[in-house]
Design a protein around this ligand. Sequence first.
Ligand code: PHE
Length: 371
Amino acid sequence: MSDDIKDKIELIAEESITKISKSKNLTELEDLRIFYLGKKGLVTSFLKTMKNLEQSEKINIGKKLNLLKNKLINNIEEKKLHLNDALIQQKLLEEKIDITLENDHEQYGTLHPLSKTIDEISAIFANMGFYIEEGPDIETDYYNFTALNIPLEHPARQEHDTFYLQPNSEGTRKVLRTHTSPVQIRTLEKIDIDQEKEIRVIVPGRTYRSDHDATHSPMFHQCEGLVIGENIDMSHLKGTLIEFLKVYFNSNNLSVRFRPSFFPFTEPSAEVDIGYKKLSDGTLDIGQGDSWLEVLGSGMVHPKVLEGVGIDPSKYQGFAFGMGLERLTMLKYNIPDLRPFYDSDLRWLKHYGFLGINEINLHSGLNGVFS
Ligand code: PHE
């Protein structure tokens, strides 16, 4: 009887050790552990039958069984480590990043056309003695409307045109600025005009209105301009804007039209149009032609606005203008739809983007690029 058991133990030992060493993964290994060492496992059930044996055999066979059990536990642990290691190695191999990918021309990033427009506009106005100001996107009602002489009933104040934030505990609510004009006020508050005598500033930045179609986006960009000094008049406004538009559209004979208009913060006010004609392929030829496109709002700064920031309108005057940068960009580069501007679609960016090298910007200046 005991020899029989001993033989069986030998057999199990041999078989189990080979199986463990040959197991291919952690599940197989776990199955083997349960098969031999689990509650109802082979080795366990042998250990349970021990009580039926005689004392001398008990010791002898018990020893063998315990040895086998410990050996199996050890082998399984060792095999587990080995399999885990292999798993990690395989993962490392699979997740390896090939950093040797060829860096061809296509891989370069490009300058977004809107960034290019901001760079160009900045360089053009810098050339005319302007500097750049910025202001917050989240404005108070005072800067966005009141200080600009915009009355309570003005459409820009309506809920459906403008994004308002939740009111604070005092019941006042901030607004996502609907134009860059509030920065006129912030700039004038900051400077001492008696000391400076004259300021020339532009403000490129983000603006927000509740609009969304092929030519309007709820977030868009404007560039404000403001000149204040002694003896500034409408001819300076016209001269500056005509010069800017000619340079921007790179067209010396660009036709520009000033059309009487109304803004609460300028008086008189003018909208500025440029001439164009539609070509047979549907694209626009900017410069000449009997059609007009509005590109700017402008006017002489309203005396009330100056008084509001403590500037004496009988001593200082000035002009202001504001333009939509998406519109100027679309016109210059013949981009038909505004919506892809903010999709970050690489195909669009590659098509309309600029390499960024040798482009006009504030740092390089106009660089003789415009004729
Ligand atoms: N803020 C005006 C707008 O958004 C544009 C403007 C700016 C007009 C400055 C006149 C002077 O429509």
